[in-house]
Design a protein. Structure first.
Length: 116
């Protein structure tokens, strides 16, 4: 296959897109909830006992007041805090140094006993 200038440009574009997707893929983490609260704006925050993303090693996640899953996340976090059970958390993206629940369906949180 002969590499033309347009093939090289497409290949570089492909690597750029794949690299951007890879950079935004944050791992899920098993952690314990250590605190839950709300800002006066209605946004909520949840603190964990370990860093939950590579945003900067943050132990906190924020949810906007208009987020569709705000009530469910708050419920799971409060249950985990009260029961001492761990959660598996996967933030969707970062807002600066703070991990956030994204709006693309790429975030999750669930209670766990023995799941990895």
């Amino acid at each position: 296959m002969k590499y033309t200038k347009s093939n090289r440009i497409l290949f570089i574009l492909f690597l750029t897109v794949v690299g951007a997707v890879e950079a935004n893929t944050l791992p899920s983490v098993k952690a314990n909830v250590t605190g839950v609260g709300t800002y006066e704006t209605g946004a909520i925050f949840v603190f964990f006992d370990r860093a939950i993303s590579s945003c900067s090693g943050s132990v906190r996640i924020d949810l906007e007041p208009t987020h569709d899953a705000k009530t469910q996340v708050l419920s799971i976090a409060m249950t985990a805090l009260a029961s001492g059970k761990a959660v598996r958390i996967h933030p969707g993206s970062c807002d600066g140094d703070t991990p956030i629940f994204g709006s693309l369906g790429d975030s999750f949180i669930y209670l766990t006993n023995q799941l990895p």
